[in-house]
Design a protein around this ligand. Structure first.
Ligand SMILES: *Cc1c(COP(=O)(O)O)cnc(C)c1O
Length: 407
């Protein structure tokens, strides 16, 4: 008799997006033909930048020739892409990252989900609350938690991101081994200052802990004071891994390309306390379990670092940020407290009453879809997330409806 992994039985079904879909279906059935505006999704809406499309096409044509054909590539990614990433995303900002510390992959979701494999099963894990659910569920699957009770898993440390701390979790007053951080944040849209990240790096160094820093929304940062990478903080190389993605940066959610940076001096420790480079462990995992991102996709990704590509990516993110500014100004004008939307495509709004009640009100009375904050964790109750991923005209129309409803 094959026994299933018992830890999967602890997982909570993610009712969030199926629940939203059900309520939308019910609304549409009751209101046929009513124009619904979706501001709930965490997926981009604009097409790929032309520079990426051209590079993508050219690489496919190369693959069609005998000289240009390529089979398996290096699992870690082609040098042309690893070099472009190290140079443009890190060294240009004064962050020391070498090309062979960059591991190209097919998604930051997979990488943030897989990285916990390198850490002992009895490691103490801290996650933000509200949270990107991947961090939690992958640790549940690996058996690092107890049961789900009163909205939280036993054995996980939850780092509250609330209005009182500007949605940047405070340094815990206890020991933890691994800390997931995400800035600019999904779902809150909050960002962390240099000083706040420096405090986390200091904590990790003191505790010989590991920071797993998710910077999937880095391309939305506009405030020149904000750090774009954890490696802009001194001492971070020894204690931090960084996840990036072309998904939100350049519209690659359906194309798939991302990368993880593992500095060679970043360590975990064996049972005798001897340091083991995570770079070697991740290289081993990656080469054993992954066979590389396709050549045309890596060429398409590398095109964002050309002069043309850079401008087009800026254009994409500027477009969403214009939507975000509109949302933020209308919501604030209506007297709600909110965060995000300035260096992020998400606006996190404190609402009266519970998240689902507000969701239902927007859906039923304005035909606008948002995401109830309670779906992201206990600290999300009383909030909703509005996403800027839509056409500007649709966002304007939605905000007009909200003004009419809530003024
Ligand atoms: C969208 C997103 C990612 C990126 O995921 P991909 O698998 O690269 O598409 C990573 N982290 C967070 C928090 C996200 O919202």
């Amino acid at each position: 008799m094959v026994r299933c992994n018992p830890h999967y039985g602890k997982l909570q079904s993610s009712y969030l997006f199926s629940d939203i879909a059900k309520r939308i279906a019910k609304f549409q059935e009751a209101n046929p033909g009513k124009d619904l505006i979706r501001l709930g999704i965490g997926d981009v809406t604009l097409p790929l930048p032309p520079a990426c499309v051209a590079a993508f096409h050219a690489a496919v044509d190369e693959m069609a020739t005998e000289e240009g054909f390529r089979g398996y590539g290096p699992e870690q990614g082609y040098d042309f892409l690893r070099e472009a990433i190290a140079e443009n995303d890190f060294r240009a900002r004064g962050a020391e990252v070498a090309p062979d510390e960059v591991f190209v992959s097919d998604g930051a979701k997979c990488d943030t989900g897989n990285f916990q494999e390198l850490v002992a099963t009895d490691a103490v894990i801290a996650v933000p609350d509200p949270v990107y659910p991947v961090y939690v569920d992958t640790n549940v699957m690996a058996g690092r938690t107890g049961a789900f009770k009163d909205g939280r898993y036993e054995g996980l440390v939850y780092l509250q991101s609330v209005r009182g701390n500007d949605y940047v979790p405070a340094i815990p007053d206890r020991h933890v081994d691994v800390v997931y951080l995400c800035f600019p944040n999904n779902p809150t849209g909050a960002t962390a200052t240099r000083a706040q990240l420096a405090a986390w790096v200091a904590y990790a160094r003191e505790h010989k802990a590991l920071l797993l820093f998710d910077a999937a929304y880095e391309a939305f940062i506009r405030d020149p004071e904000l750090p774009h990478s954890i490696y802009e903080i001194e001492g971070a190389r020894e204690v931090a891994v960084e996840f990036r993605s072309f998904s939100k940066t350049a519209g690659f959610t359906g194309t798939r390309c991302a990368f993880t940076v593992v500095p060679k001096d970043c360590m975990a420790y064996d049972a005798d306390g001897r340091p083991q480079p995570l770079h070697s462990l991740w290289n081993r995992r990656h080469t054993t379990k992954f066979n590389g991102v396709s050549y045309p996709v890596q060429r398409a990704a590398a095109a964002i670092y050309t002069g043309e590509g850079r401008g087009q990516v800026r254009g994409l993110t500027d477009y969403y940020l214009k939507n975000a500014r509109k949302i933020r100004s209308v919501i604030s004008g209506l007297g709600f407290h909110c965060v995000g939307g300035d260096n992020s495509p998400y606006i996190w709004i404190q609402v009266d009453g519970d998240s689902w009640a507000f969701f239902d009100r927007l859906l039923n009375e304005a035909a606008v879809v948002c995401t109830p904050g309670s779906g992201f964790g206990a600290c999300g109750e009383g909030y909703v997330r509005i996403s800027a991923f839509n056409q500007y005209e649709r966002v304007e129309e939605a905000m007009g409806r909200l003004q009419a409803l809530l003024q």
